[in-house]
Write a protein that binds this ligand. Structure first.
Ligand code: PMP
Length: 422
């Protein structure tokens, strides 16, 4: 085994890692380079990447078109504050996103992370009612299995038990969190919750088609149409969080398109820059925006992150949109989808496997439980792949450009590692 580089041993005692019990977590892997669907480690090993860095690197790593756009922007102007100044990359991106997003979603507010994009969406929803003179609409109806980020408002709308934030139950505001209305029983509970909280709800908030970090749980398009009708019936906006599902992950550019549902507010991040730089967007319809359009300064949306509309990130996002226009990404997603379904199918016969499913470029093996998560992660690395199971889930969300061979390496590693467990 090659010794880790000096920066690893010297720096590790000073860094605090995500979602980790620092005392017991196994040491992380030292990455030194990426290319396509590969991650090169400091010790010379190369892993096929099954996660695309939390679902961001949809074109694979180091795409030359994105790299060139960022390099060009870096020379001209890496960043200027968005207060009082605008620039070509941000305005071009806003226009392109408005064109790309379904229906009347045409006003883009840029932020720098998914959580903040959701915070902004929630703030928009609350203030929309205040600006219209309706007080008391301050709560959100969200769903079990949902995940919307780790900041305080976001934590409140995540699944209260599964969402990693149970310890904060007494700190975050209590929201109305119910099951998605997917059958008779949950439909009844949904209707009851709607009726009980109708007057105090600011918005309904959901991840469309796939609840990602909450467990890669799929639901039908009909569920989204039900949410649209519910939001309309009580006169509140429907917020769809497409931070995971947006940009082709579920098979269409946006998951809501598959259901023919247009939200009032849409949140995007992750694959927005093709995974190269942090950027997020909260996109509102003209109708939502109109509630803020006023001679009264108090009706303005009071939000403005320092790195809002960062020029490098916007350049990366514009280049990523070029790639969606020029290259057959959605066809590639359909191809990856078929290979994921076929490649993971043998898992169905393994002991402890509850379900195997695929939608778009998402492949999921759901287990009764994973008793040795660290051991399973290690076995994946030993097989030359980077896969990051969580909860009871082993999943793949590869780059859409991954080769058939690389994808086979990933699915075979999962089948073998789960079979080995016995
Ligand atoms: N919403 C969804 C649906 C997500 O998947 C995530 C990130 N996993 C977030 C919000 C939060 O994004 P970020 O980690 O960039 O704050």
């Amino acid at each position: 085994m090659i010794e880790p580089p000096p920066w690893f041993a010297k720096g590790l005692p000073h860094v605090w890692l995500p979602y980790a019990q620092m005392k017991t977590t196994p040491p992380p892997l030292a990455a030194v380079a990426t290319q396509g669907s590969r991650i090169k480690l400091a010790d010379g090993r190369e892993l096929v990447d099954g996660i695309a860095s939390w679902w961001t690197a949809c074109h694979g790593y180091n795409h030359p078109h994105i790299a060139q756009a960022v390099r060009r922007q870096l020379e001209a102007m890496p960043h200027v504050m968005f207060g009082g100044l605008v620039h070509e990359q941000a305005l071009t991106l806003a226009r392109r996103l408005a064109q790309l997003a379904p229906g009347g979603l045409n006003r883009v507010f840029f932020t720098d992370s998914g959580s903040v994009a959701v915070e902004v969406a929630m703030k928009m929803a609350v203030q929309l009612h205040l600006n219209r003179g309706e007080r008391g609409r301050v709560k959100f109806l969200s769903f079990r299995g949902g995940y919307h980020g780790d900041t305080f408002a976001c934590m409140s709308v995540c699944d209260p038990d599964e969402g990693m934030h149970a310890a904060f139950a007494g700190v975050v505001p209590a929201q109305v969190v119910v099951d998605l209305p997917r059958d008779e029983e949950s439909e009844k509970a949904f209707e009851t919750a709607l009726a009980a909280h109708e007057g105090e709800l600011a918005a309904i908030l959901a991840e469309p088609l796939v609840q990602g970090a909450g467990g890669m749980i799929f639901h039908d398009a009909e569920v989204l149409r039900r949410l649209r009708r519910a939001a309309d019936s009580i006169g509140v906006p429907l917020i769809l969080d497409e931070i995971f599902t947006g940009f082709g992950r579920t098979g269409t550019m946006f998951a809501c398109e598959a259901a023919g549902v247009v939200p009032d507010i849409l949140t995007l991040s992750k694959a927005l820059t093709g995974g190269t730089l942090p950027l997020a967007a909260t996109i509102a319809t003209g109708e939502v925006f109109d509630a803020f359009w006023s001679d009264d300064p108090a009706h303005a949306l009071m939000h403005g992150p320092t790195f809002m509309g960062n020029a490098l990130a916007c350049a990366a996002a514009n280049a990523s949109l070029d790639l969606f226009e020029r290259e057959p990404r959605l066809d590639q997603v359909a191809h990856v989808s078929a290979l994921l379904a076929r490649g993971l199918e043998p898992c169905r016969d393994l002991k402890g496997v509850v379900d195997v499913r695929a939608m778009g470029a998402i492949g999921v093996v759901e287990l009764e439980k994973i008793s040795d998560l660290a051991g399973l992660k290690r076995r994946f690395v030993e097989r030359g792949v980077f896969v990051r199971p969580f909860g009871r889930i082993v999943y793949l969300t590869p780059a859409f450009t991954i080769s058939d061979d690389e994808l086979a390496t990933l699915t075979q590693a999962i089948v073998a590692a789960l079979a080995e467990k016995g």
